[in-house]
Design a binder for this molecule. Structure first.
Ligand code: CP
Ligand code: NVA
Length: 312
């Protein structure tokens, strides 16, 4: 059966644990995996900008011995998808040429559509709804820094978005509590919350939201921030920034954890907006290790989905 990473709902707790274990091993001994994707090609379609995701996937595929095709959906070298070729036809055609598709786009329906109509693994490299590759790298980072994710508490502070949605799904899969501190005017997606809370109940963890960041961060092991204005929301930037007043991660908020908490950020960051420079560049921050872990976590995902490593 072809497996995908459309969102973390595609991965069980055991799957996530396997990804993180394998990612750690890939990080430790990259040479052992250098030919695992020999003869394999991966199409990488980017309809939105990217630094970390595109480069880490391209380098990662190369490091596994495979071929990465960096594709866009616009401009003179863009795919026909950008001119209206259907997702269904694109999926069928790509399935004849390549062994997997990595896609960053707007609608989650495009990722789901490629998976439904193709016969190869589809990996979500960010949609408006989810960013599962980021969350897996975050779990690897938390495990490295805290020793384990089990029993830990992560508080996301800021705009409820694709990144916070994926963290809510990651928490129960890693034995971790996740609280999203967001203003009432920018609530968490109710469907994702319901699914994450059901998963949390089964796993014996907590997924919740709070409108008071100071209350939310009490006893947190890690605080997480993301941009207040996601890609595609540029026209609402002023409004979003106004609504998020009071949700900046400051030294005071780090201190309000009552712990020596970590600071994570998926990047790109906006110092002075969602996070103060003294936190972003301070002793709490693990953001560049976190960015590096995108490479290792994604290599693990590719290995597992393309058969270069076994799930058990
Ligand atoms: N964090 C992340 O996905 O970064 P890019 O947008 O640069 O890929
Ligand atoms: N929420 C951000 C994440 C960027 C990596 C966005 O969608 O733009």
């Amino acid at each position: 059966m072809t497996r995908h990473l459309r969102s973390l709902m595609d991965f069980s707790a055991d799957d996530v644990s396997r990804v993180i274990d394998l990612a750690a091993d890939v990080k430790r001994t990259p040479g052992a995996y250098a030919t695992r994707l020999a003869g394999r090609s991966v199409a990488m379609i980017f309809a939105k900008q990217s630094t970390r995701t595109r480069i880490s996937f391209e380098v990662g595929i190369h490091q596994l011995g495979g071929q990465a095709l960096s594709l866009s959906t616009s401009g003179g070298t863009g795919m026909q998808m950008g001119r209206g070729e259907t997702v269904e036809d694109t999926a069928k055609v790509l399935s004849r040429f390549v062994h997997a598709v990595v896609i960053r786009t707007f609608g989650q329906d495009q990722v789901d559509g490629l998976a439904a109509h193709g016969s190869i693994p589809i990996i979500n490299a960010l949609t408006d709804m989810f960013h599962p590759c980021q969350a897996l790298a975050d779990l690897l980072t938390l495990r490295e820094k805290l020793g384990t994710t089990k029993g830990k508490k992560l508080v996301y502070v800021g705009a409820a978005n694709n990144v916070s949605n994926s963290l809510m799904l990651a928490g129960p899969r890693a034995g971790m509590d996740v609280i999203v501190a967001t203003p009432p005017s920018l609530p968490v997606n109710p469907e994702v919350l319901a699914r994450a809370q059901a998963d949390a109940k089964a796993a014996g963890t907590i997924v919740a939201f709070d409108h008071d960041p100071v209350r939310a961060v009490k006893d947190a092991d890690a605080i997480y921030a993301d941009t207040w204005v996601s890609m595609g929301e540029e026209e609402q930037a002023k409004e979003l920034i106004a609504k998020l007043d009071g949700f900046r991660v400051t030294r005071k908020l780090m201190d309000a954890t009552g712990k020596d908490a970590l600071f994570l950020h998926c990047l790109p960051a906006h110092r002075g907006e969602e996070v103060d420079a003294e936190v972003m560049d301070g002793r709490w921050s693990v953001v560049f290790d976190e960015a590096e872990n995108r490479l290792h976590a994604q290599k693990a995902v590719l290995l597992l989905l393309l058969g270069g490593a076994s799930w058990s």
